[in-house]
Design a protein around this ligand. Sequence first.
Ligand SMILES: [Mg+2]
Length: 229
Amino acid sequence: MKDTIIMFDMDGTLLDLAFDDLIWNQQLAIRHAENHQCSLEQSQTSLNQFYQQHKHTISWYSSDYWTATVGVDVLQLQYDFKQYIAPRPGCFELLEQLHKQGYRCWLLTNADQAGLKLKLDQIELSPYFEVILSSEQFGYSKEHQLFWQKLQALHPFSPEQVVFIDDTAPVLDAAQQFGIQHLLSIVQPSSGRAARTATELDYPAIQDLTELLDYLGKINTKVKHEQTA
Ligand SMILES: [Mg+2]
């Protein structure tokens, strides 16, 4: 089934979310407290208020927005800690295998274009993907149906040919609503946090990324069976 397009999320799926946790949950509050001459607790409280207001919107993913809103250059902050950007287990083994087997791979991220560039400069994912796209380009995050409609208009695909893997349930929900049936999540998006249990996960999930190969094997067997039935 080499017409299959495998669509990947980046942060928490191909890359370890521990980096983003470090930036957004630790270092941003520290730098915010320095810039505003307030206590770390005060910074955390005000940042949490912003987080609650903007979660899952396009603003949430925009470095420019956060820089303007909280008075910290968050892109610079990410550059200052870029050595902590790292792939998740099995990332390159999987991508190599998919490349050898002729699968088409797309990278779809809610990271803004500047954040995407930083990560691609650090970790050599680019050669494995025929499409690499930040939702900032469309003005709608992956949680939104318009993201999927605009993606399909720019890069035509039929939802039945797609396998989509993403660590965020509301994103998988949106993909499902759009008609994508083969959906997978990630057991432990951040190496700095505990693995999620089956009850916390709304979708089938894998830990080491190479487990995707078994999943693809099962889909292919099923397709062959249906074709010969
Ligand atoms: Mg993610």
